[in-house]
Design a protein around this ligand. Structure first.
Ligand code: ADP
Length: 447
């Protein structure tokens, strides 16, 4: 096992990783920017190193500083959390070259999945179903027109290097196509420095369903079921469910096994998420995230498996301690993301938390790194806590969620809690009847 783990992140996820290390008996090193000197992850870690000024590219994304922090403290492994350097193949490679273990998949697997065309080609070869679309990049007007005609309108043009929903354009007919295609290319060039785009069939009312996988890099892999993350705003997930309201146990096992088998063939190591759009009973691959996800706790809640603990164990060279038949699913879990944002306009609301009372009681878990008196800095994402609720079934889970939302108090800054108070009364939400466009429509109609 590792002698010391450096946590290359901040906020609730740094704390989450720290907790798993503590349970494994591994000393921890927190890194932080000057803006985070008083943060909870710094206070709770065994050691801490300041790696730079507030802007993330000078601190949490500053590879030379983080390497120096490993060197000074003698950390022999780094957990990247999510965001920041978690899907940076170069970072994984540099760590490996310096005999520090990157707690995550190989640089090679990160690279494959980071390029959408290569990712799609790879997973299709491994037997995972994908959205019908172009074979690789579409690079000329003639190619774009022919491909779209072949796929059938509407089509979606996507950036190969895309992320966060940027560089995507829908073309509903031939009249739109060339404009959409060239706009997507110039947006992709501006955002990612790469104007390569590809084309897919545009699905009109899909749900976002994702499969959690776990591999040990030695050819063993399991799936931990599915999550429904259809409630999104601007491609950001807002509310996530495990034991999804529309996916039957048979469908879960079948898509899960397809993904687990693919991971065995790849010899994938660590946690990963295979994301799909789901429409009319069919799954269509959109991307694979080669890291821990924000919404992982709902899966932990219904399987009893500590995903971070397992990530660390497999990274240290241990075999996966379970086989598929050992993974059991129990009940239903929902996570809501409490952001320091205006619940109407979603404008960030940094500032000091003057009163903080998290929810508690049966079936409730709160992953957060804030405390009363904590000053939320303006430099990073606005997630201040995740409320995760479990019940024996979805109805019980919703009942508990309603009660937990009412109990939760964060004063001093605006938060998205009032949004959840509204959502939990909506008949569509109660019935589990929503697709990936539902929340945007709801927000537009209920200003
Ligand atoms: P990114 O990496 O930019 O987040 P994704 O491929 O994950 O890109 O797509 C982001 C979102 O765009 C998806 O969650 C979904 O809402 C929408 N989307 C992606 N592909 C399609 C498609 N073929 N049809 C309809 N919507 C899509």
């Amino acid at each position: 096992m590792f002698s010391k783990v450096l946590i290359a992140n901040r906020g609730e996820i740094a704390l989450r990783v720290l907790r798993a290390c503590k349970e494994l008996g591994i000393p921890t090193v927190a890194i932080h920017s000057t803006a985070d000197a008083n943060a909870m992850h710094v206070r709770l870690a065994d050691e801490s190193v300041c790696v730079g000024p507030p802007p993330a590219r000078e601190s949490y994304l500053n590879i030379p500083s983080i390497m120096a922090a490993c060197e000074i403290t003698g950390a022999d492994a780094v957990h990247p959390g999510y965001g920041f350097l978690s899907e940076n193949a170069r970072f994984a490679q540099i760590l490996t070259e310096h005999n520090v273990t990157f707690i995550g998949p190989s640089a090679h697997h990160i690279e494959i999945m980071g390029d959408k065309i290569t990712a799609k080609r790879t997973v299709v070869e491994l037997g995972i179903p994908a959205v019908p679309g172009s074979e690789g990049a579409v690079s000329t007007d003639a190619d774009a027109l022919a491909t779209a005609r072949n796929i059938g309108y509407p089509v979606l043009i996507k950036a190969t290097a895309g992320g966060g929903g940027r560089g995507m354009k829908v073309a509903r007919s031939e009249a739109d196509l060339l404009v959409a295609w060239s706009t997507a290319r110039s947006e992709a060039k501006a955002a990612f420095g790469n104007d390569s785009v590809y084309m897919e069939k545009y699905l009109g009312k899909p749900r976002h369903i994702e499969v959690q996988v776990l591999g040990d890099g030695q050819g063993n892999a399991v799936h931990l079921g599915v999550r429904d993350c259809s409630l999104q705003r601007r491609h950001q997930k807002v509310w996530e469910e495990a034991g999804g309201p529309t996916i039957s146990p048979e469908e879960r096992d079948s898509i899960g096994e397809i993904c687990a088998a693919a991971m065995r063939k790849l010899k994938y190591s660590g946690a990963g998420t295979v994301e799909f759009l789901y429409e009319d009973g069919e799954f269509y691959f959109i991307e694979m995230n080669t890291r821990l996800q924000v919404e992982h706790p709902v899966t932990e809640r219904i399987t009893g498996i500590d995903i971070v603990y397992e990530q660390i164990r497999v990274a240290s060279g241990e075999k996966l301690p379970m086989q598929q038949q050992d993974v059991q699913f129990y009940g239903h879990a929902i996570e809501v993301r409490i952001n320091a944002e205006d619940p109407q306009t979603f404008a960030p609301s940094p500032g000091t938390i003057t009163f903080y009372h998290p929810a508690g009681g049966v079936g409730v878990r709160v992953d957060s790194a804030v405390y009363q008196g904590y000053k939320i800095p303006p430099y990073y994402d606005s997630l201040i806590g995740k409320l995760i609720v479990h019940g024996r079934n979805r109805d019980e889970c919703l009942q508990r969620l309603r009660r937990a939302i009412d109990e939760f108090v964060v004063d001093g800054v605006k938060t998205t809690l009032p949004l959840f108070q509204r959502l939990i009364k909506e008949p569509d939400i109660l019935a589990g009847n929503y697709d990936i466009h539902w929340l945007e429509k709801f927000l537009a109609e209920n200003k």
